[in-house]
Design a protein around this ligand. Structure first.
Ligand code: ZN
Length: 88
């Protein structure tokens, strides 16, 4: 499995290319980071490591606080609702 540092550097470029540069929940820009569907210590594949939403620290904490099942559901919902095509 690739390291998180390496994967994160690829994700940053990918998200910038998709135009996703703000928190995907609140559109905030403070302390953005990638949120996984599972706690990182439970992630065992590169595909899962790349399955993330971009969240501000507040939304990240809110989602993590919901517990394991709800965290996965919340990240899945953000990803499935994501608009990655240009709007114009
Ligand atoms: Zn947020």
């Amino acid at each position: 499995m690739k390291t998180w540092a390496y994967t994160r550097s690829l994700l940053k470029k990918q998200f910038a290319g998709m135009g996703v540069t703000r928190c995907e929940v609140c559109s905030g820009t403070f302390a953005l980071g990638f949120a996984h569907r599972y706690k990182r210590r439970f992630i065992q594949t590169d595909a899962e490591l790349r399955t993330v939403a971009l969240l501000c620290v507040k939304c990240h904490e809110t989602i993590e606080f919901k517990g394991h099942d709800l965290m996965k559901a919340a990240i899945d919902k953000i990803i499935s609702n994501r608009i990655t095509e240009p709007m114009w």
